[in-house]
Write a protein that binds this ligand. Structure first.
Ligand code: DGL
Length: 276
């Protein structure tokens, strides 16, 4: 019997994961992708551990039921709060041959080549910052690193509401950069630890000294996925290759299609699904 091949699943609470999808497709356009945005319940950033875990598990189950063998949590909040439990507790029961990967590890692996001062800043949602996932992962690789973190609760809503390039966004961007650099002026590498934040990157850059590196995680996650597929041929051969992408959302497909077309700079037609 021919082996069943399927798209790679990409999950985010909303639009942010599109920044990861865009980089993955640029690096590996030949594969098929199934993107799922839980826009009806976004943002996840200020939700409890239990709720983020429950919503993320529902999304992973949905993507597995659609045939995906490999799912990327293109969301730091879900990676921080749900990935480990899903990998350890749920995957063995759902389908031990399937895999779920997150975005924090590949992002952290990028910084050792970037920081000269060993002072690193992390920007993220309240959930990601409270989980301490970034400092824990960074210290595994760079035990001496000084890590400062800043939760930016308004940044995701600015992006989800299409306000990220408007003048109102400047206040919230400047405020959090001032906070973190005020606490540690030696930071030379700043991780955008939320997949929505690349949409704010121009504004972030304008409030930072040129000496500070901004780590926008999409290209590191894409490179990490390519490496993963190379190292796991048994998974790679289960990924279908027709250069396609389908988009699913739990909110209005019209609104998703409009926003996603802007994010990806190409027409998108989304379908509505119900999670639960
Ligand atoms: N894009 C997400 C992240 O990377 C989600 C944020 C949210 O839903 O609050 O954390």
């Amino acid at each position: 019997m021919a082996m069943q091949q399927a798209p790679i699943g990409i999950f985010d609470s909303g639009y942010g994961g599109l920044t990861i999808l865009g980089e993955i497709r640029e690096l590996m356009p030949e594969y098929d992708y199934l993107y799922l945005g839980d826009n009806a319940r976004a943002p996840y950033g200020s939700r409890s551990f239990e709720v983020v875990y429950e919503f993320t598990l529902q999304a992973v189950r949905y993507l597995f039921n659609e045939g995906c063998r490999l799912v990327i949590l293109a969301c730091n909040t879900a990676s921080a709060k749900a990935l480990r439990s899903i990998q350890q507790r749920d995957l063995p029961l759902l389908n031990p041959a399937n895999r779920v990967l997150g975005v924090i590890r590949p992002t952290v692996e990028s910084i050792s080549g970037l920081t000269g001062t060993n002072h690193v800043g992390v920007l993220g949602t309240p959930g990601t910052i409270a989980s301490e996932s970034y400092p824990i992962e960074i210290h595994k690789l760079l035990p001496e690193a000084v890590v400062n973190s800043e939760a930016c609760p308004m940044w995701v809503p600015l992006v989800e509401n299409g306000e990220h390039d408007q003048p109102g966004a400047d206040y919230f961007v400047k405020k959090h950069l001032d906070n973190i650099l005020g606490r540690d002026p030696e930071i030379d590498t700043l991780i955008l630890g939320c997949t929505h934040y690349p949409l704010l990157e121009n504004k972030i850059r304008s409030y930072l000294p040129d000496s500070v590196n901004i780590v926008s995680q999409g290209k590191y996650v894409a490179a990490g996925l390519k490496d993963y597929l190379y190292r796991h041929p048994e998974m790679e051969e289960r990924c279908s290759r027709n250069d396609s992408c389908r988009f699913l959302t739990t909110e209005s497909p019209e609104k998703f299609s409009e926003m996603a077309s802007l994010f990806l700079n190409t027409p998108v037609e989304a379908e509505r699904i119900i999670l639960g």
